[in-house]
Design a protein around this ligand. Structure first.
Ligand code: RIB
Length: 304
């Protein structure tokens, strides 16, 4: 049997990254240390994370007709991601304007560009989703196509994984089709109006089959069974360089582990290790670990 097919329906962005000692306050100008252009986008990041973790991955999305579009496609190709369903549209590719401070924290403004043109699935997109084991989605494409993707996948028995980022209120009809919802604590609070994590997890688990709330350096919390079961998983402690795309790395690796048949706890530990490695490296897609690195990872030796 070949590697499991994971399809990602999501965004591709060129990340325009300013490295600073500290992020500017409202109305303030600060001098940065360095500027980089780094391929990213929550969708492309999850695709690369899953491919490097060992899956066969295809992507549905769009890039513009600019040079960023060429670079974003080349980045996916380099990791063996099938881009046949990535459209090329006239105009600008998506961009993300990112400030990373000396503690590795980031602030991001995303300008959708070509991502905003993906409002509906083609018949070829639907066929690809139907033959996949997992469908991974985020919220950097229009909500209409996310809802359509979830409907096609659910009808075909394909496992649906949704990262509800950037956070926005979501219809119950979409959440009911989600097998694995992976919000961070802010997204979980926004979706439920509940700041208590356990209560937010229970509310979401009343709709989605499994809810994993990611907690950054504190690990994650799995809530299942309509809120009757919960499992905290500790983070692996590392010294952060850049936390950009740690959540995307986590989700891509989680999907691979689940698709390979790992139980929930093992899959979450695998994803936690992958995310820990990614925060020790600068940037989105370049920070994602390969399978042998995840398997060999020993906390405390990440710099070696
Ligand atoms: O999750 C990280 C990603 O968010 C970045 O790569 C950036 O493109 C934004 O989409």
């Amino acid at each position: 049997m070949g590697a499991p097919l994971i399809t990602v329906l999501g965004s591709l962005n060129m990340d325009l990254v300013a490295l600073v000692d500290r992020a500017p306050l409202q109305g303030e100008t600060v001098t940065g240390r360095e500027f980089r252009t780094i391929p990213g986008g929550k969708g492309a990041n999850q695709a690369i994370a899953a491919a490097r973790a060992g899956a066969s991955v295809a992507m549905i999305g769009a890039v513009g007709s600019d040079a960023f579009g060429d670079q974003l496609l080349a980045t996916l190709h380099a990791d063996g991601v099938d881009t046949a369903r990535v459209r090329r549209t006239p105009g600008a590719s998506g961009t993300a304007h990112i400030v990373v401070d000396s503690a590795g924290r980031n602030a991001i403004v995303v300008v959708p560009g070509a991502n905003g043109t993906v409002t509906a699935l083609t018949e070829d997109d639907k066929d690809l989703i139907r033959k996949s084991r997992f469908l991974l989605m985020q919220l950097e494409l229009p909500l209409s196509v996310v809802e359509e993707g979830a409907a096609v996948a659910a009808e075909a028995g394909v496992t649906v994984v949704l990262t509800p980022a950037p956070a926005q209120p979501l219809p119950e009809s979409l959440l009911r089709r989600v097998d694995w919802l992976v919000p961070n604590e802010h997204e979980a609070a926004l979706l439920t109006g509940e700041s208590d994590l356990t209560k937010a997890g229970c509310m979401l688990a009343g709709l989605c089959r499994n809810v994993v709330i990611t907690l950054g350096s504190e690990g994650c919390l799995l809530v299942t069974g309509g809120g009757r079961r919960s499992l905290p998983v500790d983070a692996v402690k590392v010294t952060p360089v850049d936390t950009t795309a740690a959540g995307d790395t986590f989700t891509g690796a989680l999907a691979v582990a689940l698709a390979e048949g790992k139980g929930a706890e093992d899959a979450l530990r695998f994803a936690t290790r992958a995310a820990a490695i990614s925060v020790t490296r600068l940037g989105a897609s370049p920070s994602m670990p390969w399978r042998k690195e995840i398997d060999a990872f020993q906390p405390g030796r990440e710099g070696l």
